[in-house]
Design a protein around this ligand. Structure first.
Ligand code: HDD
Length: 668
């Protein structure tokens, strides 16, 4: 077994539950060997099936019951195992043991997801992405349940069901699937203006990531770190991907949703299988308890970021995802995350969104996983021992021995016995809280537009263009004109020019408000394109070849040397110069690649049309295109245009950069 496998306590634990059915005799669930599995038991071969057929009944009953409710949000997801490694002793800020020593390793399981769509919906829709990590620490499971966007739509958890109802398919006809571009979503936004900042992120390219391997993660809520001396810091969590943050373009994203609805799932799975293990660094922003009120926003408000320029990110370690699941249902579907799964040294703030989340997650697992014993499912078990007086319930597996299931007792000398904080027992941070009982929100949560404008001002020109396009698409799909108008009026608070252009694009009156929020502050860290990480690593390229192709082996070697993944595409399934093609131009699509190389001349008019489609789409989505031979292509694509090249070397450079935005006639 591979070394990383042996050193991963969680993977070793899971081994005990694995069953290999390969080459094994068929039996019923009772262990009875089955001699025949294609015919039910009948009276005569044309007669009725009889009740006695226990084999039929068992098989059918299991089938009839094999679906569980999908997650109420984040239903569509995919997951992988990995390892977190601590860079340095962080005991000055937290007593969490998994962050206590350089080189300390902790097994992790990460599930990525979309939010709005059903379990079978497409991966590349415009949506927030979930980024949930379970650390199997020696002190119990710690779950960091985050998103790829650092703020949220609502400030108080009591509004979460309303928000989710608004974004989900409309209840009368269950349309549209996995889309925010519809009336109820935008009606909610216009009437709940605390969402303004989040909407700006949601309309940015962050909401159409290129890959789960190329997006940031954020804990969103404000938590607490507490060290052994009892000193507390407010903390926000960050995951920073080694490959940088990259996105699709909207036209491409929509087409991928049809060409390969599993695009992100496949990308993660294939790259892990190929040994391209995704890596993310874990960072924290810290604010000392005494500095709680020093900012121009409330640090407990989940619709606000802590600008990285004001509160720097301290990097604590890195996570590598290096193993795919063996069984999607057993692991990815049954994993149960909860923001309340913490370890000593990590605690909560009074962020009202977080407070409500602390209730919701366990509650939802009860219905989804069918009772209170979901912690016994192999994927959810801690790797450290656990003992308490909880007993029974559906599907209980543990056989707790002895007569005692209560505390205090004398029969078992009070075991299991509580552990003092000095010996690792969890102790809640002793925050002093006083106040009147009141259903209200703090006045310090009332500024909904300053950071939304800061986000807008921090965007590069191309990001601004994409946000305006996304706004125009989404609001343009709203059928009720008054909602379109309300959205225009609302976003004039962020930027009057933006709202005025939006009004023109969606056919309503220019905004009534003529004055946006008066701030000019920026936070360059929120821009994806201001300081991009350029790389060719793991980018996927289609090379179109046929019998006219030359130097194939050399080209392949040059690309592989840059860690580029190549798929060979031709007009038919065949082997050329010793290479078997992976796809025909019919079984794949240009939208599925980061760049295209044309290395074969085609004469058949129908094939030429298909080739033109590859060229046009690659051009329109700003991606690099190598014309190693000159095909009879469409007019607009000419060597010399940005990212349109004629050699393998210049293609590699163009691919490193990624998108080539200065193509005047591109449509993406
Ligand atoms: Fe949540 C799932 C992230 C607010 C209630 N949430 C869920 C998942 C992620 C997040 C990544 C999927 C976990 C998995 O892969 O199994 N949720 C967030 C973030 C939020 C947030 C970053 C804002 C800071 N969530 C939020 C609120 C509530 C919930 C305010 C309710 C009060 N979330 C849930 C849930 C889910 C869930 C209903 C559905 C499935 C599940 O928990 O296990 O309990």
């Amino acid at each position: 077994m591979e070394e990383f496998y042996m050193s991963n306590k969680k993977l070793r634990q899971l081994e005990a539950y694995k069953v290999d059915d390969n080459n094994k005799p068929l039996s019923t669930n009772q262990g009875l060997l089955v001699s025949e599995d294609e015919h039910s038991l009948k009276i005569g071969s044309r007669g009725p099936t009889i009740m006695e057929d226990f084999h039929f009944r068992e098989k059918m009953t299991h089938f009839d019951h094999e679906r569980i409710p999908e997650r109420v949000v984040h239903a569509r997801g995919t997951a992988a195992h990995g390892v977190f490694e601590c860079y340095e002793d962080a005991s000055d800020i937290t007593k969490a043991n998994f962050l206590s020593a350089k080189g300390k390793q902790t097994p992790v399981f990460v599930r990525f997801s979309t939010v709005a769509g059903s379990r079978g919906s497409a991966d590349t829709v415009r949506d927030v992405r979930g980024f949930a990590t379970k650390f199997y620490t020696e002190e119990g499971n710690y779950d960091l349940v985050g998103n790829n966007i650092p703020v949220f739509f609502v400030q108080d958890a009591i509004k979460f069901p309303d928000f989710v109802h608004a974004v989900k398919p409309e209840p009368h006809n269950e349309i549209p699937q996995a889309q925010s571009a519809h009336d109820t979503f935008w009606d909610f936004i216009a009437n709940n203006q605390e969402s303004a900042h989040m909407v700006m992120w949601h309309l940015s390219d962050r909401a159409i990531p290129r890959s789960y391997r190329m997006m940031e993660g954020f804990g969103v809520n404000t938590y607490r770190f507490v060290n052994a001396a009892g000193k507390s810091h407010f903390v926000k969590f960050h995951w920073k991907p080694k490959l940088g943050v990259h996105s699709l373009v909207w036209d491409e994203a929509q087409k991928i949703a049809g060409k390969d609805p599993d695009f992100h799932r496949r990308d993660l799975y294939e790259n892990i299988e190929q040994g391209n293990f995704p890596e993310y660094e874990l960072g924290v922003q810290l604010i000392a308890e005494e500095d709680e009120f020093k900012f121009d926003f409330d640090i407990l408000d989940p619709t606000k970021i802590w600008p990285e320029e004001e509160v720097p990110v301290r990097i604590l370690g890195k996570m590598i995802l290096n193993k795919n699941v063996d069984n999607f249902f057993a692991e990815t579907e049954q994993v149960a995350f909860h923001v309340g799964h913490v370890v000593p040294g990590i605690d909560f703030s009074n962020d009202p969104l977080l407070q409500g989340r602390l209730f919701s997650y366990t509650d939802t697992q009860l219905i989804r996983l069918g009772g209170p014993n979901f912690h016994e499912l192999p994927i959810n078990r801690p790797v450290c021992p656990f003992h308490n007086n909880q007993r029974d319930g559906y599907g209980r597996q543990t056989i707790n021995v002895g007569p005692v299931s209560y505390h205090k007792n004398s029969i078992q000398q009070n075991t299991p016995s509580p552990v003092s904080p000095n010996d690792g027992g969890y102790e809640h941070y002793q925050e002093k809280v006083e106040g009147v009982k009141i259903r209200a929100r703090s006045k310090s949560f009332e500024d909904h537009f300053s950071q939304a404008r800061m986000f807008w001002l921090s965007m590069t020109d191309i990001e601004k263009e994409h946000i305006l396009k996304a706004f125009s698409f989404e609001v343009g799909k709203v059928t009720r004109v008054d909602i379109r108008q309300q959205v225009v009026d609302m976003f004039a608070n962020v930027d009057v020019d933006l709202a005025t252009q939006l009004a023109m694009n969606v056919g309503v009156q220019p905004p009534k408000i003529k004055q946006h929020v008066q701030i000019n502050k920026t936070s360059p860290a929120v821009s994806m394109y201001a300081n991009p990480i350029f790389s060719t690593e793991t980018k996927k390229v289609a090379m179109i070849i046929n019998e006219t192709t030359e130097d194939l082996a050399q080209i392949m070697n040059a690309l592989k040397a840059q860690k580029i993944t190549v798929e060979l595409v031709s007009d038919k399934q065949q082997t050329i110069l010793g290479f078997t093609v992976d796809h025909t131009m019919d079984t794949t699509s240009p939208v599925l690649y980061d760049g295209v190389i044309i290395a074969g001349k085609f004469n058949n008019p129908k094939t030429k049309n298909k080739l033109n489609h590859f060229i046009d789409e690659t051009y329109n989505h700003y991606k690099p295109l190598a014309l190693l031979v000159q095909p009879n292509s469409t007019q607009q694509v000419q060597p010399g245009d940005e990212g349109i090249v004629q050699t393998v070397e210049s293609f590699i450079e163009a691919l490193r950069i990624g998108r080539h935005w200065n193509r005047a006639t591109a449509i993406g």
